[in-house]
Design a protein around this ligand. Structure first.
Ligand SMILES: *[C@@H]1O[C@H](CO)[C@@H](O)[C@H](O)[C@H]1NC(C)=O
Ligand SMILES: *[C@@H]1O[C@H](CO)[C@@H](O)[C@H](O)[C@H]1NC(C)=O
Ligand SMILES: *[C@@H]1O[C@H](CO)[C@@H](O)[C@H](O)[C@H]1NC(C)=O
Ligand SMILES: *[C@@H]1O[C@H](CO)[C@@H](O)[C@H](O)[C@H]1NC(C)=O
Ligand SMILES: *[C@@H]1O[C@H](CO)[C@@H](O)[C@H](O)[C@H]1NC(C)=O
Ligand SMILES: *[C@@H]1O[C@H](CO)[C@@H](O)[C@H](O)[C@H]1NC(C)=O
Ligand SMILES: *[C@@H]1O[C@H](CO)[C@@H](O)[C@H](O)[C@H]1NC(C)=O
Ligand SMILES: *[C@@H]1O[C@H](CO)[C@@H](O)[C@H](O)[C@H]1NC(C)=O
Length: 317
């Protein structure tokens, strides 16, 4: 409780004169003082940084712990803090399609499942329909992000590009893809292989200029065929957001229906409550708050009874 003694003293003085003149609004003023509702303090945040309602971007429902990219504010002196977990910024350009950024690359968000904490992403190059797309980079999740690949659902497609040989040793059934290129006079080949096949990344690295791993759905991998890998890529991949990454203050905050605020370094900076206040770890619960006010009143009762016993009792009855 952030009771500010100075305010309380000022208000109790106001109260004394209030009671003396029979003013009845005094109690609410006193209660406000006891609760520490000091509008001049910096325990308040700009409530517009938290989406109070879920909203739809494209076909995807966006709500906490996701937040709109760029919607930030000052929280306890931390500028550009946001209302959500690190890494869960969704860009919804011109109300269009939702995207999420991982390591300076944007991925299209095709779904968010709030019951199993899963977000589905697709590489935009794959959606554009480029015939050899989506395979020129690894997908890296920055370490501060509360996101990780889902162990159960993720598989990988291994891509080897600009390879010097038209077929891999002892893997005659693996044909090069259409994405061949030429390097001057020499023809270059590309291969795509499910990671669970008995072939080593090292083998590809020996013959190819670049090797990348594209995360895909394990279920989609079952449709594997050299020609059909694009269908697998189009289904994208899934990441889960990890509640166990939250510091205990944030867990308590979430459990009290507050929203965790983090700064740009991914550090928890406060618990944002619906009443516009920032707390260390929890938002007041309705009944708890009443009982706290009750306690405050009890602590003030003797003081008033001492000064104005008759008046006070008359007011209560
Ligand atoms: C709160 O944030 C909104 C949007 O950024 C801004 O328009 C508004 O002026 C801010 N209000 C205050 C009191 O700072
Ligand atoms: C995918 O995201 C890109 C921006 O990165 C956007 O231009 C494109 O329209 C999105 N495509 C779909 C199908 O949502
Ligand atoms: C979560 O639910 C979605 C469907 O809503 C499903 O596709 C996905 O496999 C589930 N993920 C996990 C990790 O259970
Ligand atoms: C991500 O998941 C993998 C396996 O599922 C696990 O080994 C790894 O520690 C997780 N990463 C983080 C940062 O939790
Ligand atoms: C290919 O198979 C032959 C015979 O089974 C074996 O001797 C050779 O080491 C294999 N090569 C590679 C690159 O695995
Ligand atoms: C493949 O080789 C071509 C021609 O040398 C080059 O332009 C391209 O950047 C290379 N791609 C990769 C992924 O190495
Ligand atoms: C992608 O990741 C694989 C496995 O970690 C690595 O061998 C490969 O060099 C990486 N490729 C790029 C382009 O970073
Ligand atoms: C987390 O809660 C503890 C206990 O109330 C407090 O001392 C600490 O300052 C809080 N941390 C933050 C970042 O608010």
């Amino acid at each position: 409780m952030n009771t500010n003694p100075r305010w309380a003293t000022i208000f109790s003085c106001v109260c004394v004169s209030c009671y003396a003149t029979g003013c009845s609004c005094c109690f609410s003023v006193l209660v406000a003082a006891c609760r520490g509702d000091d509008p001049s303090g910096n325990y308040y945040y700009n409530t517009s940084i938290c989406q109070t309602q879920a909203f739809t971007c494209g076909k995807v429902e966006i709500r906490y712990p996701f937040y709109l990219s760029g919607v930030t504010g000052d929280v306890q002196g931390n500028s550009n803090s946001y209302c959500g977990y690190p890494g869960l910024a969704i860009a919804c350009e011109d109300g269009g399609e939702p995207t999420l950024s991982l390591g300076n690359r944007d991925y299209n968000v095709t779904g968010i499942d709030y019951s199993n904490y899963t977000i589905s992403l697709v590489d935009p190059d794959v959606l554009k329909g480029d015939s050899c797309a989506g395979v020129d980079h690894n997908v890296t999740v920055p370490p501060t992000f509360y996101l990780n690949f889902t162990e159960d659902t993720v598989g990988y497609l291994l891509f080897g590009t600009n390879c010097s040989i038209p077929s891999l040793p002892n893997q005659s059934d693996i044909k090069p893809t259409e994405c061949a290129s030429s390097d001057g006079a020499r023809r270059r080949y590309s291969f795509v292989i499910p990671l669970n096949m008995p072939i080593q990344v090292l083998l590809l690295e020996e013959y190819c200029q670049q090797v990348t791993l594209a995360p895909v759905l394990q279920s989609a991998l079952q449709q594997w065929s050299t020609g059909g890998y694009r269908d697998i890529l189009t289904q994208g991949f899934q990441l889960e957001w990890e509640l166990n990454r939250r510091p205990s203050n944030c867990t308590k905050c979430d459990n009290s229906n507050g929203r965790c605020a983090y700064n740009q370094d991914g550090e928890f900076v406060g618990c944002l409550c619906a009443n516009g206040r920032v707390n260390d770890q929890e938002c007041p619960k309705g009944h708890k708050r009443i009982s706290k006010i009750g306690k405050e009143l009890l602590c003030w009762l003797p003081f008033h009874r001492l000064l104005f016993p008759d008046l006070f009792i008359t007011k209560l009855l």
